[in-house]
Design a protein around this ligand. Structure first.
Ligand SMILES: NC(=O)c1ccc[n+]([C@@H]2O[C@H](COP(=O)([O-])OP(=O)(O)OC[C@H]3O[C@@H](n4cnc5c(N)ncnc54)[C@H](OP(=O)(O)O)[C@@H]3O)[C@@H](O)[C@H]2O)c1
Length: 158
């Protein structure tokens, strides 16, 4: 199955501040919903805790080193590789949905990156790495006007 990252970052690469995403942008989450609906989400335990529940219409796999960690309605794996293997059995598109630690592990392993860039500098302590790298090619781009404008881009591995 194809593997993707889906992420929203500020212009200065911030994706989070403590447990939170430090912006509220009207419409931006619709992109996340439209792209991931019907798929499998893989996320770190901290990201899951900040969302607080499995998102409807999607399979959720949480990554934690704690082998006794459980969450109702979710699968838990102790490595990203195990999560990808489990996701492949689900036969649905696979999306790595954060946070910072898990994006770092996943970037070398994905084919596609869905990235929204918020047109502002925002302070926060969780970062996405400098992107794009030479390994990826831009294949789709869309501009959105909102309370803060943002650009959605899709990159495929070259
Ligand atoms: N802007 C966006 O698009 C976006 C999307 C998602 C999240 N976020 C933000 O990102 C932040 C959270 O990111 P984060 O980096 O702090 O945490 P995270 O990546 O969500 O989760 C980290 C946790 O994942 C588990 N983990 C990490 N590496 C592992 C490995 N190699 N093997 C097994 N388990 C591993 C550990 O769980 P245990 O401690 O249980 O072992 C670790 O504490 C929040 O601010 C959130 O709002 C932003």
């Amino acid at each position: 199955m194809k593997r993707a990252i889906i992420v929203a970052r500020s212009q200065n690469n911030v994706i989070g501040n403590g447990p939170d995403i430090p912006w509220k942008i009207k419409g931006e989450q619709i992109i996340f919903k439209r792209i991931t609906e019907g798929g499998t989400l893989i996320m770190g335990r901290k990201t899951f805790q900040s969302i607080g529940r499995p998102l409807p219409g999607r399979t959720t796999i949480i990554i934690s080193r704690n082998q006794s960690y459980t969450q109702k309605g979710c699968f838990v794996c102790d490595t990203l590789e195990a999560a990808f293997e489990l996701a492949d059995h689900e036969q649905k598109p696979v999306f790595v949905a954060g946070g910072g630690e898990i994006y770092k592990l996943a970037l070398p392993l994905v084919d596609t990156v869905h990235i929204s860039t918020i047109q502002a500098e925002i302070s926060g302590d969780i970062l996405f790495q400098s992107f794009p790298t030479d390994d990826f090619t831009l294949v789709e781009e869309q501009f959105f006007e909102s309370n803060i404008n943002y650009i959605y881009q899709r990159y495929e591995r070259s």
